[in-house]
Design a binder for this molecule. Structure first.
Ligand code: MG
Length: 252
């Protein structure tokens, strides 16, 4: 057992270690977007789709964009195939939920374009950002080997998925995600990093991973204090990625 003073010292040490990790190596080994990092093993997923449970908040069921807006607060300019899906439109920007969320279970189905164009990160790229800043990557990772910390189901720039459970381009895939946001004290210091557990097509790909900070291409940024509830963001990265059956359950 620690005394409260010792606890304080232990948590300061923990924050120090975390912040050192932010600008350096992930898991003490790998540079950001390190191409020498091993590729996750390939796993063929079984059939998997989850209809929303009774206590879920429906964020998108194919009928309209009523729960979404642009980052500037304007109407969504993505394509709506009514009753079916929404689709990213190049150049129209990311979209965010109108409501804000903290800890949650998020379920989302997505499909990258059937026609393969581009390579690496330029192939079916999108993403789900929790709290508008922490991305789990969407990408066509089927027979595609981008840098491991940038493939589908990676915590972008930080942690590859445990396995590659990708389906073929054009097929519907799913993320079922448990998100625990970071905790900051009254002075804005990090007390507890964000954590994520995620299933890709029903297969565990992130196992209570502790994020090192917010997402940025080629950079590992330290945490910066922010509200404990913020919108969820879907990324427009030029590619015509589709989404359907999006729901959320808020967690204590
Ligand atoms: Mg992305």
């Amino acid at each position: 057992m620690f005394s409260s003073n010792e606890c304080w010292r232990v948590s300061v040490l923990g924050v120090l270690v975390l912040s050192l990790g932010c600008n350096g190596l992930a898991n003490g080994k790998w540079e950001i977007h390190d191409v020498n990092r091993p590729q996750p093993p390939i796993v063929t997923p079984g059939e998997y789709s989850v209809e929303p449970p009774s206590d879920a908040i429906i964020l998108f069921d194919g009928s309209d964009f009523s729960n979404w807006q642009s980052r500037e607060g304007d109407h969504v300019q993505w394509k709506l195939e009514e009753g079916q899906y929404m689709e990213v439109v190049d150049g129209t920007g990311d979209i965010i939920t109108r409501d804000s969320f903290g800890d949650c279970q998020l379920y989302i189905e997505w499909a990258v374009p059937e026609k393969i164009e581009g390579h690496g990160q330029g192939r079916g790229n999108s993403g789900v950002f929790f709290m508008d800043r922490y991305e789990i990557q969407i990408l066509d990772s089927y027979e595609n080997e981008p840098y491991p910390d940038g493939q589908a189901g990676s915590i972008y720039g930080q942690n590859p998925p445990l396995v590659n459970a990708s389906r073929k381009p054009g097929q519907w895939q799913s993320f079922n995600i448990i998100w625990r946001g970071p905790v900051f004290d009254d002075n804005g210091q990090l007390v507890k990093p964000a954590r994520i557990t995620a299933f890709h097509n029903g297969v565990l790909i992130q196992d209570n991973f502790e994020l090192t900070g917010p997402t940025r291409h080629k950079r590992r940024l330290p945490y910066q204090a922010h509200p404990d509830r913020l919108p969820i963001r879907l990324q427009e990265h030029e590619d015509s990625v589709r989404f359907r059956n999006v729901w959320i359950r808020e967690l204590e």
